[in-house]
Design a protein around this ligand. Structure first.
Ligand code: PGA
Length: 248
């Protein structure tokens, strides 16, 4: 695991995007796991810039998003389908046939989750997975206590995550869905490379626990200590509680 601390959120986003773009240039058919939330927006903005102004071609990429709320249709303003369109898909040249976001309206959620896992496998597995981290140490919607070997499945959101995400639902926690489909921790760990991004003081404890704490289902992100090729991109505030020294 390599911890990379950049001076600002923008610098961190550009560095993570550069790493991803470099891999896309070397292997245009890359399979990439994508994340939602505020953190990866800077990375997506930089990918859009690279596409528009530096000819980065994303047309052969296959993508799989980490998660989606149960009960929100793809056009719902707070759905992750919509988020991805607004922040990335509508601005680059991905092929819609090769982009995947879990279906929060699936009739048979278990069957859908099995299908999603099979599709990832059929695509050759995830080459790179982009990740944020929750203030409670979650990755995707794998909340504390999630099985470290879990696969794509339905999960109940914790009260903290509901409260954290209420800002996207007119600050009304009642509007936040209670369930989500999420890739499992095992699914994420199978990716050949992880890019975990964290910004801001609200992530400092989670980053400390994930990077320097014991590996435990209490902090699902701590499992990345076991990954062969994980990069943790932080800004100084997210890195502020780290005890060891890392490269700037
Ligand atoms: P955020 O969410 O990027 O909006 O902070 C990250 C997460 O909960 O995984």
């Amino acid at each position: 695991m390599l911890v990379l601390i950049h001076d600002t959120y923008d610098a961190m986003s550009v560095a993570a995007a550069a790493r991803l773009a470099d891999q896309i240039r070397r292997k245009p058919t890359l399979t990439v796991g994508l994340a939602t939330g505020s953190t990866p927006i800077g990375l997506y903005n930089e990918l859009i810039r690279l596409h528009r102004f530096e000819g980065l071609d994303l047309s052969k990429l296959t993508t799989f998003n980490l998660d989606e709320y149960i009960g929100l249709p793809p056009h719902h303003p707070q759905s992750y389908h919509r988020f991805m369109r607004e922040h990335l898909f509508d601005h680059i040249n991905l092929d819609p046939r090769f982009t995947h976001v879990p279906n929060g309206m699936a009739q048979d959620v278990d069957a859908f989750c099995d299908w999603y896992e099979a599709e990832i496998e059929r695509a050759g597995g995830l080459d790179v997975q982009v990740l944020g981290i929750g203030a409670n140490g979650h990755i995707a919607f794998n909340e504390p206590g999630s099985s470290l070997g879990s696969r794509t499945r339905i999960k109940t959101l914790t009260e903290q995550t509901v409260a954290d995400n209420a800002r996207f639902f007119t600050d009304d926690p009642e509007r936040v869905p209670r369930y989500a489909i999420t890739m499992g921790i095992g699914t994420i760990m199978d990716a050949r490379e992880l890019l975990l991004l964290a910004s801001g003081p609200s992530k400092a404890q989670a980053i400390h626990d994930a990077v320097e704490g014991p590996i435990s289902a209490r902090i699902p992100a701590s499992i990345i200590q076991m990954h062969r090729k994980a990069f943790v991109y932080c800004d100084p505030t997210a890195a502020s509680l780290l005890e060891h020294e890392y490269r700037g």
